[in-house]
Design a protein around this ligand. Structure first.
Ligand SMILES: [Zn+2]
Ligand SMILES: [Zn+2]
Length: 399
């Protein structure tokens, strides 16, 4: 292994203890999306203690630059997210959330601590690489419109413009010490669908006098699945699910209207818009053909996340060199959504997974659950690998 990788490994080992402390501090003091005031101030304080200057963006986002030799030659961005979720933690650990009802249940404490650890390593070694590493700590990943979109609007991808951006996310399906990559389409866009089917309510025994929105809705839910099965290319993953149907009639009362809510997810931006058009067309036509009508509102969520094949290929190779090929796995498609996708629509991006599971110690809970936790051994991997991928990418001869 090359000398720089060896140095990074040694520093990662030396800084793991402090990184665990940072992670536990952030974990114990979680803040909701776009309210990360104390977390942002803490990140600034830690970065400044490494001798780095910090800038605020998107109110509670923090950006800093680590300049190597010849800093204008190339810039690579590393991203972490700061926000927690409205969940009450059920773990009994010393570092349990002190903010009742708020919890770092998606591992963003781990991402922030890892990026701070990587920053410390890179700052220590800044005479040993060429170019600039841009550290991006963004707010509000868990809440629409997503901190990433606000950071991009405020110019995070400019001055200096990164040639690529790299993000890592905890993955409780994978043991600590391992990481996962996927080239190309990886995570889905996610849009919310709200439909109100309108009819004419009345006595359930007199259907000839009513327009039954419950029956219309029943047809509608079945019919809309044809948008997926007959219009989506079999090569583009697509999901349409309705999780809420509200018809407030009774055994003998047909209501005036039925409300339906669902999610539409896919991995192609052109098809996504076409699918919205078809959902509207079919809903309006079907409701009208049955004597009713509908209001339909489709709210755009995050776009789909695509991992740049060249950047991801190089990052995967770097990971195999650093951790050993047996510790690097290929990921399957994931129909969840992530606001890192906004960066991936603008610049070459790589979003990879950091294994955090430990079966022996019973650390197996999924993200967004009240018992989510990680095997903190993952932090040594997290800080070292991010630093290593960044310097490898700065060295890569890309157009
Ligand atoms: Zn999450
Ligand atoms: Zn997350």
């Amino acid at each position: 292994m090359n000398q720089l990788a060896q140095k990074i490994k040694e520093l990662a080992r030396a800084y793991t203890h402090d990184t665990v402390g940072i992670r536990r501090h952030i974990h114990a003091h979680p803040e909701l999306s776009f309210e990360e005031h104390n977390t942002a101030a803490y990140v600034e304080q830690v970065l400044q203690s490494y001798g780095l200057e910090t800038t605020r963006m998107a109110a509670t986002g923090v950006v800093a630059l680590i300049k190597g030799r010849n800093p204008e030659s190339k810039t690579i961005a590393l991203r972490a997210d700061l926000d927690a979720l409205p969940i009450t933690e059920q773990n009994s650990v010393d570092y349990k959330s002190k903010n009742e009802g708020v919890m770092h249940a998606c591992g963003h404490d781990v991402h922030t601590a890892s990026l701070l650890g990587a920053a410390r390593i890179l700052q220590d070694l800044h005479h040993e690489f060429e170019g600039t590493v841009k550290l991006v700590f963004q707010p509000g990943e868990e809440k629409f419109p997503g901190g990433a979109s606000v950071m991009i609007k405020e110019g995070v991808l400019q001055q200096p413009a990164p040639a690529g951006i790299i993000g890592q996310h905890v993955f409780p399906m994978l043991p600590a010490g391992k990481v996962g990559f996927r080239s190309g389409m990886y995570m889905a866009s996610a849009d919310e669908i709200y439909i109100t089917v309108k009819g004419k309510g009345g006595h359930a025994a007199l259907p000839e006098l009513n327009v039954d929105p419950v029956l219309i809705t029943s047809h509608l839910i079945v019919a809309l699945q044809q948008v997926v099965s007959r219009h989506a290319s079999p090569k583009v993953p697509t999901v349409l699910s309705f999780g809420k149907v509200e018809a407030l009639g009774a055994t003998n009362v047909i209501p005036n209207e039925v409300k339906v809510e669902g999610t539409f997810r896919t991995m192609d931006e052109v098809w996504r818009k076409e699918a919205h058009r078809r959902i509207r067309l079919l809903a309006e036509g079907l409701c009208e053909s049955m004597g009713g009508s509908c209001d339909i509102d489709i709210k755009f969520g995050y776009p789909f996340l695509k991992n740049d094949p060249d950047l991801t290929g190089r990052a995967r190779e770097a990971a195999a060199l650093y951790l050993g090929a047996e510790s690097v796995v290929d990921l399957d498609l994931w129909m969840g959504a992530e606001d890192f996708a906004y960066y991936s629509q603008e610049v070459a991006a790589c979003f990879y997974r950091l294994g955090t599971r430990n079966d022996e110690r019973g650390i197996t809970s999924g993200v967004h659950t009240p018992t989510f936790d990680i095997d903190e051994a993952a932090l040594e991997t997290g800080i070292g690998l991010m630093a290593w991928i960044a310097v490898q990418e700065l060295e890569a001869k890309t157009a």
